[in-house]
Design a protein around this ligand. Structure first.
Ligand code: NAG
Ligand code: NAG
Ligand code: NAG
Ligand code: NAG
Length: 602
């Protein structure tokens, strides 16, 4: 027999009893990518432009949450495919930073050329580019490069670094089989799901520009959902989100749309060139890659001022907006803040989408209740089943993120998604958590339910009930319009009472046939006065190596009718899937909380 010892996941030391000798075999597990040649090529490219360190962010030029395969530069260079991370390559070292939920995966996927750096302090120093959301930036080291290399992982001093952006992406230069731009044409939303035409939206944004005391003359849109929202267009360039590669430069009387022009049909061209006079005021199409040239050109005009949202503008564009008096920044562009407020049509259609989505989730839960006792189903088959149920609903456009289908201890990992290697069999002895969502032409959904098919422990019931109490407390809160603050305390109070807590945020915005993660509830209430937006209360509780609980609903902010005051708001829950009664201990809840829970018998 053979004794196999893995050493740092990368070597196998095999002992063959026949000869009695030890052989050390260099061995790469199948999950590892050999990055030797690509690193060598990148370093050659770096040397040719006198660069001593090159930063490779995990995101794309639009700071997207989900990226297209052709933008997976960090994954290409490192082998690591997790959704968060930053890689840095120096002439003789290559290091990846990622957060703790990906450490195991990174060790499994990276070869010996790469080091995994877990020190968060080193991260913040090294990735000085992160706060300003740079895209392709490099560090040119002024001090002795060798000395700097020695201290690289541990104590890089920002003062010794100069960040410099270079026009060409060096990774693209060495990525010979980089995936192509997807060929799919852009699509226009059907009128039945559109409340505001693109012309109305453009007018609305221009009004905000002229009303702004700093008098911007243009807005530059970089996030993929900004352009898609403005023109009521969608695409399929990135997974889970209906986006297409684009930028928009919108001035007070002109609109430049940067896209891959051959993906714009004649019909769409007409659509973008109608109801505006003179024609020059309609949309002018420019190639996607021309955005830098066009922006640079625009900046030479006297008296211009460009408004950008810093959260989603890459450094390559940002650096062109000079001098400073020609720049106006806010965290989010006026398009993102306007988009966050759903209009009447959007509110109406998203309610419809939630009805169909609830059907799919209820189908899953009913099916599981029937089949789990037979012992044949797994986390994977359940995830597959709910995706199938959704796909049969009208206007379905696929899942809105990778389904989290987790049972027992797997559910205690808040961001776990099953794979063939990790998928557990579902049993009546364990709790099960399913966090999933769908894209529909008329809305985006995101819902989490936790169930138990057998007999839950008292602790599980109590924790679930307290999580539910947090969910209810948030959704029944009445607050004055313009309230600054967070729903965090409300979501946690019942858990804190008994010394329980959860380690993630309490909610986020959701788009309408857009991304499933938009601004947070806190941000929205701070920034808007009266406003009908969609967000989620999602409290949870996770017991390591045992179970995980999360309850997540989508809510719409609606006017509240109060006895004395005006301009009060509250949340209306639009998710329609019941909670598991077996896990609810109503004796812990207040009568109001019980009344606010649709499915609890009193
Ligand atoms: C990786 O590829 C290089 C170049 O082809 C080769 O020399 C090296 O042996 C490979 N490394 C491993 C561990 O397979
Ligand atoms: C790199 O540095 C060398 C030596 O200082 C210089 O001759 C060369 O022009 C530089 N190349 C670039 C692309 O900056
Ligand atoms: C609209 O027409 C103008 C003038 O012919 C042209 O320059 C522009 O590219 C057209 N826009 C679209 C979207 O086709
Ligand atoms: C997982 O297993 C199923 C069934 O054996 C197989 O069809 C599928 O391709 C596997 N998926 C992956 C990612 O290996």
């Amino acid at each position: 027999s053979t004794l196999i010892v893995t050493f740092q996941g990368l070597f196998l030391i095999s002992f063959f009893p026949i000869s009695g000798s030890w052989n050390v075999i260099r061995y790469l597990p199948s999950t590892v990518v050999n990055t030797t040649l690509r690193l060598q090529a990148l370093r050659e490219a770096m040397s040719s432009v006198n660069v001593s360190a090159y930063i490779i962010p995990g995101t794309d030029a639009h700071l997207s949450e989900y990226i297209a395969p052709r933008d997976a530069r960090m994954a290409f260079m490192t082998g690591f495919t997790g959704s968060a991370g930053t890689a840095v390559v120096t002439l003789n070292k290559a290091v990846l930073w990622t957060d703790s939920r990906y450490w195991v995966q990174a060790e499994r996927q990276m070869d010996c050329n790469w080091e995994l750096e877990k020190d968060v302090n080193a991260y913040s120093i090294c990735c000085v580019c992160d706060p300003c959301r740079m895209y392709h930036c490099i560090m040119v080291v002024f001090s002795n490069p060798i000395e700097t290399y020695e201290s690289y992982s541990y104590n890089l001093v920002p003062a010794k670094l100069m960040l410099k952006s270079i026009p060409d992406n060096l990774v693209d230069g060495v990525w010979t089989d980089r995936p192509l731009i997807p060929p799919d044409n852009l699509i226009r939303l059907p009128d039945r799901v559109v409340g505001r035409t693109w012309q109305m939206k453009v007018e609305h944004i221009r009004t905000q520009m002229t009303d702004n005391p700093y008098k911007p003359t243009a807005v530059l849109l970089s996030a993929l959902d900004e352009t898609a929202w403005l023109f009521n267009l969608r695409g399929s360039d990135v997974p889970y989100n209906p986006f297409f590669y684009s930028y928009t430069l919108l001035t007070l009387n002109e609109i430049w749309l940067f896209v891959h022009k051959d993906r714009v049909t004649e019909d769409l061209k007409l659509y973008l060139n109608s109801t505006c006079f003179p024609l020059a005021h309609c949309v002018q199409l420019l190639e996607y890659e021309q955005v830098r040239v066009m922006l640079k050109n625009y900046m030479t005009t006297s008296g211009v001022k460009v408004w950008i949202g810093t959260e989603y503008t890459n450094y390559a564009l940002y650096e062109l907006i000079t001098p400073e008096e020609k720049l106006l920044t806010s965290a989010y562009s006026p398009v993102l803040t306007t988009k966050a407020v759903k209009d009447e049509t959007e509110q109406r259609i998203l309610r419809d989408a939630h009805v169909r989505d609830a059907v799919a989730v209820i189908q899953l839960l009913m099916w599981l209740e029937k089949v789990v006792p037979e012992g044949k189903e797994t986390e994977m088959t359940a995830a597959y089943y709910v995706n199938e149920c959704r796909s049969k609903q009208k206007d379905s456009r696929g899942p809105s993120f990778e389904t989290i289908s987790a049972s027992g201890p797997n559910a205690a990992l808040a961001h776990y998604s099953p794979s063939n290697a990790t998928s557990r069999k579902l049993t009546v002895d364990e709790m099960y958590l399913v966090d999933s969502g769908g894209q529909y032409l008329d809305g985006t959904t995101d819902i989490t339910r936790t169930v138990h098919w057998g007999i839950p422990t008292d602790m599980q019931k109590e924790a679930f009930t307290r999580v539910l109490m947090g969910n209810i407390e948030i959704s029944r809160t009445i607050f004055p319009s313009g309230t600054k603050g967070e729903c965090n305390m409300l979501g946690r109070r019942a858990l804190w009472e008994v010394g329980l807590n959860y380690g993630h945020g309490t909610g986020h915005g959701v788009g309408n046939y857009f991304g499933v993660h938009e601004c947070t509830i806190a941000l929205l209430i701070v920034n808007f006065e009266c406003l009908q937006v969609v967000s989620l209360p999602e409290p949870g509780y996770y017991k390591e190596n045992d179970f995980g609980i999360r309850i997540e609903d989508v809510v719409v902010i609606v006017p509240a009718h109060t006895k004395y005051g005006h301009n009060y708001l509250t949340f209306e829950t639009v998710s329609l899937v019941p909670y598991d009664r077996k896990l609810i201990d109503t004796s812990l809840m207040s009568p109001q909380q019980v009344r606010n829970t649709r499915c609890v018998d009193t």
